[in-house]
Design a protein around this ligand. Structure first.
Ligand code: ARG
Length: 266
């Protein structure tokens, strides 16, 4: 388990991530209140502990989950996504050490054709499940112009990832409260470390004083504001550092891709 988690951290850590990461705050929540929050798991790759969880995802339709493209990259998945192996979506389970809820195999992985692994632009993949989950558990995706994107709007990010910034993986789902950030402010924050924010496909959120943020292992998990999915955890510099906001795959990109594929987007 230790080696699996070390591999996970190495695979998920962006090249420019700071070594001294901070705590990420937040508190336990239940999937019964946020049923669209799902875990991505592979026991073959990550072992039995914590149900094999390695990323998060969001249920956007009965058989459709969206996640970060980098979560299904060969480095993280350990295989080509064309043949997803034992890749599983876990719904209805707060505690990864227990067996509540449902585990549903992934039938097909579609990586956003615009995804650029070198820059993380367009960090989005669409998973088709082998069985349907309740349609009512899905969350609507916030298209462009949705009020959830207004800077300052309160948002909640969910995940089973690192709670310490240094490999503190626990079993319970947590959520952290953050606020949506203006694109210019996020671009400026990352200019200091070589840039990387792309407003076309990314959106940022952070707690004004830091301390509340997503972290390694949360990738692909939902950022929800004004009742809709505005982002998926993608990357950041450290975790919870007030100088560096959390960067998310922009929800409107998800809406566009789902529309193109003729799937429900809201
Ligand atoms: N890349 C990480 C993952 O794969 C997510 C990092 C998010 N970092 C942040 N500071 N918001 O799990």
């Amino acid at each position: 388990m230790l080696s699996a988690l070390t591999a996970l951290s190495a695979a998920l850590l962006p090249a420019h991530a700071a070594a001294d990461e901070h705590i990420v705050g937040g508190s336990p929540v239940s999937v019964s209140d946020h049923p669209w929050v799902v875990a991505l798991a592979s026991r073959d790759r990550y072992g039995e502990a914590r149900s094999g969880q390695f990323c998060g995802g969001a249920l956007v339709g009965p058989d459709t989950v969206v996640t970060a493209a980098h979560c299904v990259s060969p480095e993280v998945l350990g295989r080509n996504a064309d043949d997803p192996g034992d890749l599983t979506v876990i719904a209805g389970r707060d505690d990864l050490g227990r067996d509540a809820g449902r585990e549903v195999a992934v039938r097909e992985v579609r990586i956003n054709p615009g995804y650029d692994p070198a820059t993380n632009a367009g960090d989005l993949a669409v998973l088709t499940l082998t069985e349907s989950l309740p349609a009512d558990d899905a969350i609507r995706v916030a298209g462009a112009g949705h009020p959830g994107y207004t800077p300052g709007t309160e948002a909640l990010v969910h995940g089973w990832g690192d709670t310490t910034g240094s490999g503190g993986y626990e079993n319970l789902l947590r959520a952290a409260g953050v606020r949506m950030l203006a694109d210019d402010d996020c671009a400026r924050a990352y200019e200091a470390v070589g840039g990387g924010f792309d407003a076309e496909s990314m959106v940022c959120a952070a707690a004004p004083q830091g301390g509340q943020d997503a972290c390694q292992g949360d990738s692909g998990g939902p950022l929800v504001a004004a009742g809709a999915l505005v982002g998926l955890v993608s990357w950041g510099n450290g975790c919870g550092d007030p100088a560096y906001p959390g960067v998310y795959t922009r929800g409107s990109l998800i809406a566009e891709l789902l529309d193109q594929e003729g799937r429900v987007s809201d």
